[in-house]
Design a protein around this ligand. Structure first.
Ligand SMILES: [Zn+2]
Ligand SMILES: [Zn+2]
Length: 597
């Protein structure tokens, strides 16, 4: 199922509405502090818009109300958005007392960036949009008049600090976030989703459920997995490893550092250096921390002569890589500096390509579904004629293989024409979580560059040397990011097979502790993760505690349960399943985890 590119957000009415609302907000803020506001940038974002300001004082929630009220007035006056292309000189005149705009204009003049300072290939053209008294450096698009924005769909949300250009060495600005929708209903739904998302924030749940942390002494963007988070991760990895083995992958391990020569040959020092950390000196030789595992797997391939009969080879590794991210963009588990990829590289003959892609795509979707994700959206990136390694036939056949596989898989996909990186076409798979949010996890990527640079070969049926096809594949992507998505998707209430503690036994009084411990021991010996809550608290407090810890089952035991070898079962949702014989409860646990054993 192919979706048309013209359904993209950037081309939608909502995008224009939000962009226009950002301009109105900037006008209202400038009127609030006449002559004292320095405006930076104000783009639409996924579900709203923002604008960054340098202001004489910090904004309060009450300020937002005043600004919002003024915005509604501007909307009511139905001003026109007037567009004009101007020269750089004229622009500098208009924005003479706006240093951030001047910097952006200079960027536009020099070329290579757009009016937000984002790199672009498009030729620079300097243009402005004006509504009422407010003029912004902008290329649009906008709605025609301010009155096209529905006042009932508009809301300012919060203020946050944001460094100019995301650079922690530049000034800290105040960013006002707002949102705009076509109807009051849409706004209400968005606000509900937002509140729900805040409850599911993996950083908050990571603390509350004691799953992971970061620590200033360790360094930002470096994750410490606590026993409970570590358990969830281990179960996820164990499950995936077993599935990989069944699917014909072989496990390899590679070091965390490699000599500069390796990264020169692989092209990383040329193409990826800004993401790599400074080299280490070992006996006068430069070594780099690995930003990717690929060159090591290539070396394993190269360590032996390969015949056409050996292929395909599939090397898998849970490989921890390190990439530089500015501290300003680090975010919980989602954006980190060190992460573990569930990485794999396939080496196959060109004739094996279609089957190999079919298998890897099906495998990817099967695994994602096993973790409880049901909705996917794929993106196929095709060749950019201006930057493409390898020959055209290879691109054509590999792109066709990807496309045919997507067609057979039945998941919706969109073709991003010319968006492929230089070394080969790829599929990105985004999944939709419980709140309908898209998360990019899996990538299946052809590579025509590495086999060439490392001169990989196999001996064909004809006795001659041939070049193998190489496929990079990360399925969950990074374990850190995947865990972040998983925590938010389940709001921390992991399904039984993943839950770090699957059941807690709660004795009603001290005299029931013996029975509680025997129950726990029997379940543990069957391979389940069970705690006994032996604290002196009242039963209801213990149940409440277990619910907050999102433990799937609470087994309450008192006199009656001890006498009949039974347990009274409650679920974290609050549902009371009543008393049942021990064996009956154990059978429930067994069936919960059966698909994953
Ligand atoms: Zn604009
Ligand atoms: Zn790779």
């Amino acid at each position: 199922m192919v979706e048309k590119k013209d359904e993209r957000y950037e081309d939608s009415d909502l995008y224009r509405i939000r962009h226009s609302a950002a301009h109105i907000m900037a006008q209202a803020v400038m009127e609030m502090f006449p002559g004292e506001v320095k405006i930076a940038i104000g783009p639409p974002i996924a579900e709203g818009f923002y604008y960054d300001f340098e202001l004489p004082r910090s904004l309060t929630p009450e300020d937002l109300e005043v600004i919002e009220k003024r915005m509604l007035e501007i909307i009511g006056k139905d001003f026109e958005y007037a567009f004009e292309v101007i020269s750089a000189e004229k622009a500098k005149e208009i924005f003479a007392d706006q240093p951030y705009k001047i910097e952006l204009i200079e960027g536009l003049e020099a070329g290579g960036v757009d009016e937000y300072g984002t790199p672009t290939d498009e030729a620079p053209e300097i243009s402005i949009y004006t509504q009422d008294t407010f003029t912004d450096l902008c290329r649009g698009p906008h709605v025609a008049r301010t009155g096209e924005i529905n006042p009932d769909g508009l809301k300012l949300l919060n203020v946050a600090g944001a460094y100019w250009r995301g650079d922690e060495n530049r000034p800290m600005l105040q960013r006002i976030y707002g949102t705009a929708w076509q109807s009051a209903d849409d706004l209400e739904q968005f606000l509900w989703r937002r509140e729900e998302a805040a409850k599911r924030d993996h950083r908050r749940l990571g603390r509350e459920l004691d799953l992971f942390s970061t620590n200033e002494d360790v360094g930002p963007g470096l994750i410490l997995w606590h026993p409970k988070g570590g358990m969830v991760r281990k179960i996820a990895e164990d499950y995936c490893r077993a599935e990989h083995e069944k699917a014909g992958y072989e496990f390899v391990y590679s070091p965390h550092i490699g000599k500069s020569k390796l990264w020169e040959t692989s092209g990383h020092l040329q193409w990826f250096k800004e993401k790599m950390y400074a080299p280490l000196d070992i006996e006068g030789q430069e070594y780099y921390l690995k930003p990717m595992n690929c060159p090591f797997h290539v070396q394993i391939y190269k360590s032996n002569k390969r015949s056409y009969r050996d292929l395909p080879l599939r090397y898998a590794e849970w490989g921890t890589v390190y990439r530089y991210e500015r501290s300003g963009v680090l975010h919980g588990l989602l954006r980190v500096r060190g992460f573990t990829q569930d990485d794999a590289h396939h080496f196959c003959r060109p004739d094996q390509m279609p089957e190999e892609i079919d298998k890897v795509l099906k495998f990817t979707l099967d695994i994602l579904r096993a973790f409880g994700f049901e909705k996917f959206q794929a993106y196929l990136s095709t060749r950019n004629p201006e930057k493409a390694a390898g020959d055209l036939d290879d691109w054509d056949s590999s792109t066709k293989a990807l496309r045919d596989s997507l067609d057979r898989s039945g998941i919706p996909y969109q073709i991003d024409e010319g968006e492929a990186v230089f070394y080969g076409p790829k599929i990105d798979i985004k999944l939709l979580d419980a709140l309908g949010r898209e998360w990019q996890l899996s990538t299946i990527q052809f590579d025509f560059n590495l086999p060439e640079s490392f001169d990989l070969s196999y001996i064909g049926e004809d006795g001659k040397e041939h070049r193998p096809v190489m496929i990079h594949r990360a399925l969950l992507g990074s374990m850190e990011r995947f865990m972040g998505v998983l925590i938010e998707h389940y709001a921390g209430a992991f399904p039984v097979w993943l839950a770090p503690v699957q059941a807690v036994v709660i004795p009603i009084a001290d005299r029931h502790l013996g029975h509680a411990e025997r129950i726990a021991k029997r379940l543990k010996s069957s391979g389940f993760r069970v705690d006994v809550d032996a604290r002196g608290d009242r039963m209801n407090a213990k149940i409440r505690h277990a619910q907050l810890q999102k433990i799937p089952y609470m087994l309450v035991v008192g006199d009656r349960e001890a006498k009949t070898d039974s347990v009274s079962v409650r679920q974290r949702s609050g549902e009371d399943m009543g008393a049942m014989p021990f064996e009956e409860f154990e059978a429930i646990l067994v069936s919960d985890v059966a698909p994953y054993r």
